[in-house]
Design a protein around this ligand. Structure first.
Ligand code: PDD
Length: 291
């Protein structure tokens, strides 16, 4: 069986087999979820939008007042080595930084002598099969129980975990998070809707993760002069949408064709989404794979 995590992994300045990588049980990532992460797609061994991903990592570190243990150049060297060592052409690179391990448990930050824990690994990038893509996936809506800094890509993901699990238990692929009557995003994806030929995306606020794929989609809509708007989406608009898509670095663009047991639009993936998926593939093959 293909392993999910390639050897070596990176941990605190060293490249070593996953089986030999260990961290302290007092690590604040473990005790408090006090850490940040990134997921970077790699196509034909070329990282996609690495600067944007490293900028988002930095913005999240700034947001939680944690110094970046590596410069952007040092991260790139680590990532390059992981990409080169892994057996797959298309990969997903996971990075995590936590506030490290003190010798006691205390909510407030540890002394600066405590160094952050930096961890990274490569896994295969498995995109959605043509079969599933042709049908689309089902989703549910759930109340958004997360905190108010959802723009930060932090590892404290319990509310997202519980939302996604609720979806899975109902045979669904994603949970769409509703806060104050507005649809913000998915448990691990951004959400777009299409109504009367217009693509609508929720705005980047503190209540949504600024997705890198989200940016690509809006850029492609712009490039191809497709009608699009960035504005809040009410729960009622979500339910009346002609198309709903989920997007992320690992899922790319995936049509949601059933929502809370009801068909979305015709109940089939819609034309705008199909077209966007094709543009995304073209972009991937002509730009992303060429580096
Ligand atoms: N998640 N919103 C949330 C809450 C996410 O967790 C993600 C990605 C996105 C999409 O962001 P991007 O297009 O940059 O992947 C939006 C990653 C893939 C994860 O947690 O595994």
């Amino acid at each position: 069986m293909t392993p999910y995590v390639a050897d070596p992994v990176y941990l605190n300045g060293h490249f070593l087999p996953l089986a030999e990588a260990g961290i302290s049980p007092l690590d604040r990532g473990f005790l408090y979820g006090d850490g940040v992460y990134e997921v970077i797609p790699v196509y034909s061994r070329r990282t996609f939008r690495i600067d944007e991903h490293l900028n988002r990592l930095q913005a999240t570190l700034d947001g939680i007042q944690l110094a970046n243990p590596l410069t952007a150049e040092a991260w790139k060297t680590v990532i390059l080595k992981l990409v080169e060592s892994a057996p797959w052409e298309d990969q997903s690179i996971y990075l995590q930084v936590t506030r490290g391990a003190d010798d006691k448990r205390d909510h407030a930050f540890p002394p600066i002598s405590v160094t952050p824990t930096a961890f990274a690994f490569a896994s295969p990038l498995v995109t959605t099969s043509a079969d599933i893509r042709a049908k689309g996936v089902a989703a549910i809506t759930v109340p958004d129980l997360r905190w108010s800094r959802c723009d930060l890509k932090v590892v404290s993901l319990l509310a997202n975990v519980l939302a996604r699990q609720q979806a899975v238990e109902q045979g669904c692929a994603e949970a769409l998070l509703i806060r104050d009557g507005l649809m913000k995003e998915g448990a691990a994806s951004n959400i777009f809707i299409v109504k009367d030929g217009v693509l609508i995306a929720p705005p980047k606020t503190h209540l949504m993760l600024p997705g890198i794929t989200y940016d690509v989609i809006l850029e492609l809509a712009e490039t191809h002069r497709q009608a699009h708007e960035v504005r809040e989406i009410s729960e009622a608009e979500l339910r009346a949408a002609d198309e709903v898509w989920m997007t992320s670095s690992t899922k790319e663009i995936l049509a949601i064709t059933r929502l809370d047991g009801q068909p979305v639009g015709t109940g089939q993936p819609g034309p705008y989404g199909e077209q966007m998926w094709q543009w995304y593939q073209d972009f991937k093959n002509t730009v992303m794979r060429k580096g």
